[in-house]
Design a protein around this ligand. Structure first.
Ligand code: IPD
Length: 276
C-alpha cells in the first residue's frame, strides 16, 4: 500500500544519501582498481564494496525480513517478498576518473529480480553525491528531484520528433556485445539530434525523467543498473520499456511524444543487431 511505499521510498532516499556521502567524502585522490569482474575493463574499486556493505547493513537493520541484492559480493535472502536491489556506485568508471556522474541506486522491488520480466520496482532513490541531486519515486506517487531543501517534480521533454531527439545510451563491458551495440548505434546516429554516453545507466534514466535528454536505451543491463532509474522515469511520465534483467534484453525510456518512433527504432535495431 501507499503508506508502506512512502516509508520505503524515504528509507531508500536516506540510505542512498548516506552511502553517497561515504563514496564522495572518502574518495581517494587516486582511486585504485581493486579487482576486475566480467572483463578487464569491468572494474571494482574498494569503495564499491564499502558502499554496498554500508547499504546492506543499513537496510538489514531497518528491514530484517527483506532480501538484498547488490552488484558486488554479498546479499541476503528474505521472507517478506520485498527485495532491495542496490547499485553501490553506478558509473564506476566515472568514479575511477573523477568524472562527476556516478550515483548510488536503491530500489525496493517485488518479484524475483533474477527472472526476466518477473519483477517490478515500487519505491526508489538515485543519488548523485557530487551534485547532491536526489531523484526519488514510488509507484503512483510521481517522481521528484531533491536538491538541498528544494524539491521539484520531474518532467520529461515535449520532444516528438526523432530527428530532434538527444539520445543517451551506454555499452556493456564485453567486446563482442560492444561490437553489436556499435552496429545499432550506427543505425541510430544519422536519425537523431545527437548521442550522449554519460557513463551511468541510473543517471541516464533519471535524465529522461528530468528532461535533460529526450530518450535513453541500452541492452544487457543488470537489475541493479536499472531498477531505481526505471521507476523514476516511469513515475515522471516518461514511456519506459524493458525490465528484463541480465542478457541482451533492451531497456529504454523516452519523452511521451517519442513513444512509437523511438520504441520502433530501438526494438527493431536490437532484434537485428543484438539478438540476430
Ligand atoms: C555501468 C554503467 C554504464 C552502463 C553499463 C553499466 P557500473 O554500471 O551504468 O553507464 O553503460 O552497462 O554496467 O559498472 O558503473 O555499475
Amino acid at each position: 500500500d501507499d503508506t508502506l511505499a512512502a516509508a520505503l521510498e524515504a528509507l531508500a532516499a536516506d540510505v542512498a544519501r548516506s552511502a553517497g556521502r561515504l563514496v564522495v567524502d572518502e574518495r581517494p585522490d587516486a582511486v585504485e582498481v581493486a579487482a576486475t569482474k566480467s572483463t578487464a575493463t569491468d572494474v571494482v574499486t574498494a569503495m564499491d564494496q564499502a558502499s554496498q556493505d554500508h547499504l546492506l547493513s543499513r537496510l538489514r537493520e531497518a528491514r530484517p525480513d527483506d532480501a538484498v541484492m547488490g552488484e558486488e559480493d554479498g546479499g541476503a535472502a528474505g521472507t517478506s517478498g520485498i527485495t532491495w536491489v542496490v547499485d553501490p556506485i553506478d558509473g564506476t568508471v566515472n568514479y575511477l576518473y573523477g568524472i562527476p556522474a556516478y550515483a548510488v541506486s536503491v530500489a525496493a522491488v517485488v518479484g524475483d529480480p533474477t527472472q526476466h520480466g518477473g519483477w517490478r520496482p515500487f519505491a526508489a532513490a538515485v543519488y548523485n553525491p557530487v551534485t547532491d541531486e536526489l531523484y526519488r519515486a514510488r509507484s503512483g506517487g510521481g517522481a521528484f528531484l531533491v536538491v538541498g531543501d528544494e524539491q521539484a517534480p520531474l518532467v520529461p521533454t515535449s520532444c516528438d520528433s526523432l530527428g530532434q531527439a538527444l539520445v543517451a545510451t551506454g555499452f556493456g563491458y564485453a567486446a563482442e556485445r560492444r561490437e553489436r551495440q556499435g552496429r545499432l548505434l550506427l543505425d541510430l546516429l544519422p536519425q537523431v539530434r545527437d548521442i550522449r554516453r554519460a557513463g551511468s545507466a541510473a543517471l541516464d534514466l533519471c535524465a529522461v525523467a528530468a528532461g535533460r535528454v529526450d530518450a535513453y536505451y541500452e541492452t544487457g543491463l543488470n537489475p541493479w543498473d536499472l531498477a531505481g532509474g526505471w521507476l523514476v522515469a516511469h513515475e515522471a511520465g516518461a514511456v519506459v520499456g524493458g525490465l528484463d534483467g541480465p542478457g541482451e534484453s533492451l531497456t529504454w525510456a523516452c519523452a511521451p511524444g517519442l513513444r512509437t518512433k523511438f520504441a520502433e527504432v530501438v526494438e527493431v535495431g536490437t532484434r537485428t543487431h543484438l539478438e540476430g
